[in-house]
Every structure is written in C-alpha cells, then in structure tokens.
Design a protein around this ligand. Structure first.
Ligand code: H2U
Ligand code: ZN
Length: 348
C-alpha cells in the first residue's frame, strides 16, 4: 500500500475552534447518487410582492404594518424565541433535571426594500448599510445589562428553512452565551493564553502562505474554505486584524467586509447558477462588559448544496450518530469556488 496522504486516504481533521474532529473520505467523491433531488426553485421575483410580510407598507403576520421603508428596516420579531421580560429562575431537580430561564431580544432586519434582491446582487454601498445596522444593533443590544451575547445571522433559501425570499436576516441576543460561540470562546482563550496571539490570526497567516484554501482576499478580510470544513462548500470570512466585535471595525474595514460578503456570495451563486442557499453569520466576543483579547471576528457560511442546484448534503446516519463526514476535500471545494467568475451569472 502506498504512503498515507490526505488527498487520497480517509482521515480525520481537527477543528481548533470547536475541538471537534471531522472525518474526510476523499476516495468516495465519485460515489453515485440515486437519492433525493431537491426541486430547483425558480428565482424570478418582482421588486414588490403584495403578499410578502417584509415588503414596505405590507401587513405582517402579527397585524403590524411595515413603514414605506427604503434600504434597511429593523423590527422586533413578532414571534420572538426569546423574551426580554420573561421571569428569571431555575429548576434544579438533581443532576439530571436542570433548567434555567433564558432572556433575550430577537429582531428581523430587512436588507432592502426590493423583494427581488439578494446580497450577491446588491450594490456594495447597500450591503455596507446592512453592516452598519449590524454594528448599531450589536452596540445597542450589547449595552443591555441582561444581554451577554448577540448572534446575527442570515438564513437564505427555502432549503435552509428560510420562510421568505425577501432579503433579510435576524439577530437573536441572549442572557447566556450559546453553545457554539461558547466552544469558540474557550478554545480561543486557551490558544491566546498559550501563544499570546489569536488562534484565527495565526491560522490566517498560515493559510495565506499555503494559498490552497483561499478564495478571496482584500485589504482587511480573507474568505477561505477552512481546513476543517464540514459542509461541502462551507467557508469563513476572517478579519485580517484581530478585533473582538464588529463595532471595532474602521470605516474602511466595514466597506471591505461588505465587498468580500458580495464577492463570496457571487461565487456561491455562480457555482450551480442558482441563488445559493446558506446559513451565515458572524461570531463575536460576548457582550458582558469584559475584555476578550482572544476573540477574533469572523463569519461562518454553512451552505447545504453538494453536487448541483438540486442535490444537497444530508447530515444523517453516521453524521448524526457518530461524527460529521465529507467526501470532496476542503482543497477541492476551494479550487472550484476560487476558479469561478467574480461576475454574477445573471449580469453576464
Ligand atoms: P427566517 O429568517 O427563517 O425566514 O425567519 C423570518 C423571521 O420573521 C421569523 O423568525 C419572523 C419570524 O418569526 N416574522 C415576523 O416577525 N413577523 C411576521 O409577520 C412574519 C415572520
Ligand atoms: Zn418582499
């Protein structure tokens, strides 16, 4: 048998941000598929949809009316998963039955008044306005004594459970730090205490030398497929400068973030010539007033599609019961994305 190498043989890779290992099986990438094929959803939409609960002037499900807004529009989620004024308390019926109250605020952000828009099709100046809303909301929610973590996210596409194609995202903030950022908080702190530098700063430096997983680079941000990616076309945007949260980005950095958000999502759309679904959002330091020099601002993009506009990756079987697994390697995915045009397929 020939010598082990990660291009050809099954192996595990460590995600240093979570401490989890993922199984990579490059030799399986040519496996035939006779399973479920998702219907490619036609993406032809009008700029205004009278039945859309996010379009300007329309009535929402809760009975409130949206203003005739232009650009971004933020409102408190009519069906908030967390409530700011729910009573505090806990249940402690021994080790096996523990519950704690959780308070928070949930908001919805419309990215544009135009129902037909998506981030990759928006102008960079308009994406910058979305970034500014993220900054303002993060700052305001972070000031709230009861809020210790702010999660901004975008669910895009029906395949990701997004309820409405109108371009929008959400913010859920909470009194405790949720599971995923809590893991990253622990690993980044351990790394910083050991090395005196941020985990993602050192990771980014090494990736910029290797180059095989880099997709897009500008003065302040890099988009790449992380070494430990689980989803076939999972990516991250990492700031070149280690900042704890989005409010610490300079004016130029905010523009660069808007620019790279657009460039990355154009590549995504160009991959299968379809409006590419994903769940994405930044991870940032907790907002409990403490200093977190180990925290390095970044965004994760988790897209479900695998081999076409209609075949998605299922996280089932072994993934559910044992460990996440992928066939196409992070390097192969990066090459495919990197080689795609920076011009959106619809504007060609
Ligand atoms: P998605 O990002 O998954 O599409 O969710 C949209 C959110 O919008 C969802 O959390 C809220 C839902 O509670 N919503 C309102 O606040 N008002 C409405 O009239 C409908 C949907
Ligand atoms: Zn709409």
């Amino acid at each position: 048998m020939s010598k082990f190498n990660i291009e050809n043989y099954p192996h595990k890779r460590l995600n240093p941000l979570t401490g989890d290992w993922i199984l990579v099986s490059p030799h399986r990438a040519k496996r035939p598929w006779q399973g479920q094929v998702e219907k490619a959803v036609s993406d032809e939409r009008q700029g205004y949809d009278p039945s859309c609960y996010l379009c300007p002037g329309n009535e929402r499900a809760g009975g409130k009316f949206n203003p005739e807004y232009k650009g971004t529009f933020v409102f408190t989620n009519d069906f908030s998963a967390l409530l700011n004024d729910s009573p505090e308390g806990m249940v402690d019926e021994g080790n096996l039955f523990q519950a704690k109250s959780e308070t928070g605020i949930c908001k919805v952000i419309c990215f544009s008044e135009d129902h037909s828009m998506t981030i990759p099709e928006m102008d960079v100046e308009d994406i910058r306005k979305v970034i500014d809303v993220w900054c303002d909301e993060f700052a305001e929610m972070g000031k709230n004594e009861k809020i210790n973590y702010v999660q901004i996210f975008e669910n895009k596409g029906a395949i990701m459970g997004c309820s409405n194609p109108h371009p929008h995202g959400q913010i859920w903030s909470s009194s405790s730090v949720p599971a995923e950022p809590a893991k990253e908080s622990r690993t980044q702190k351990e790394y910083y205490e050991k090395h005196g530098t941020t985990l993602l700063g050192d990771y980014l430096k090494a990736e910029l030398v290797k180059k095989d997983r880099i997709l897009v680079e500008n003065d302040h941000f890099v988009a790449l497929v992380p070494y430990w990616a689980v989803w076939p076309f999972e990516t991250m945007i990492i700031s070149q400068r280690a900042v704890q949260n989005i409010t610490l980005l300079t004016d130029a950095e905010r523009n660069s973030l808007a620019g790279i958000y657009k460039k990355l999502t154009i590549k995504y759309d160009n991959l299968f010539e379809v409006s590419f679904a994903y769940s994405a959002g930044p991870h940032q330091a907790p907002t409990d007033g403490k200093d977190y020099p180990e925290w390095h601002f970044h965004m994760h993009f988790y897209p479900p599609l695998l081999r076409s506009a209609s075949v998605k990756k299922f996280m089932v079987g072994y993934e559910m019961l044992a460990s996440p697994q992928r066939d196409i390697t992070a390097e192969q995915a990066a090459k495919r994305l990197r080689d795609l045009s920076d011009v959106h397929y619809k504007s060609k």
